[in-house]
Write a protein that binds this ligand. Structure first.
Ligand code: OAD
Ligand code: ZN
Length: 240
């Protein structure tokens, strides 16, 4: 039915215009054009490193040095990076009432930095920190300096969700409500391989769109293969 990319872009434009409740759902592929590697691509962050071995509760407890180095490197890389144009477009779309909210698996905080107000960060934040034992909050400098908790002497960690931990229940519940209300869900830059978050888009009774560098999910009403930033710019031009 959709023969070429122009047709697909035009279809998405119409769906956005006609939808009363559109939700954006993003993953690591949304930030690669900002210079932040994703997890599972060829040159992704975890090439050569087993994610289960480092971003997990077990590493935090039994191999803190590895855990610390992994997050320190990600934090330092993030300090050099900024949200790209695609982020500004999503922020504009929220301001104009074209989208209702953004649900994200990303911990970089880029949607919030770009100006989106209704963001549901399902995997937490890499920009805030706490004690791994008592929960006392700490600064980024404390973490980078490898300080101990001022209250109990415990190790410090970013407020990200690790493998082996539950998702923040209130954020998850609100994200599910958003998806259930949606008439259109636009999924951007995610392999949809991580449970339970990957089950969310299918909870929408509305239309489902997949924008990704490689298309390997067949359960969508429309897919657009390519870079998130470029596709968002192309759709945005059609909307203007
Ligand atoms: P993945 O690395 O699994 O998937 C990213 C997807 O984005 C891949 O399918 C890439 O092809 C695609 N991609 C890369 N660059 C792109 C671009 N410029 N435009 C469009 N698509 C692009 O990342 P996620 O699906 O986000 O969890 O991974 C989910 C979770 O796995 C992460 O939140 C993280 C990790 O474990 C935690 O840290 C808890
Ligand atoms: Zn503590």
């Amino acid at each position: 039915m959709f023969i070429n990319k122009d047709n697909k872009l035009n279809t998405l434009k119409k769906w956005i215009e006609n939808s009363n409740y559109t939700v954006i759902f993003t993953g690591a592929g949304m930030s690669t054009e900002s210079g932040i590697p994703d997890f599972r691509s060829k040159d992704g962050l975890w090439k050569g490193i087993d994610p289960m071995r480092v971003a997990c509760v077990d590493a935090l407890i039994t191999n803190y040095n590895l855990f610390y180095e992994f997050y320190k490197q990600r934090i330092e890389n993030l300090e050099k990076s900024n949200p790209h144009k695609g982020y500004d477009i999503l922020s504009n779309w929220e301001r104009k009432g074209l989208i209702s909210s953004v649900i994200t698996q990303n911990v970089d905080g880029f949607h919030q930095r770009a100006g989106n107000k209704r963001v549901y960060p399902l995997h937490g934040s890499i920009n805030t920190f706490r004690c791994s034992r008592c929960g006392q909050s700490a600064s980024k400098d404390n973490f980078i300096n490898k300080d101990s908790c001022i209250k109990c002497g415990g190790t410090l960690r970013p407020d990200v969700v690790l493998f082996g931990e539950a998702l923040p229940q209130d954020i998850l519940n609100n994200a599910i409500k958003e998806i259930q209300k949606s008439e259109l869900v636009i999924v951007i830059g995610t392999s949809l391989m991580v449970y339970p978050v990957n089950s969310l888009p299918s909870m929408s009774k509305g239309k489902k769109v997949y924008i990704n560098k490689e298309i390997y999910q067949q359960s969508f009403d429309l897919d657009l293969e390519g870079k998130a930033g470029e596709i968002l710019e192309a759709v945005n031009q059609q909307l203007n």
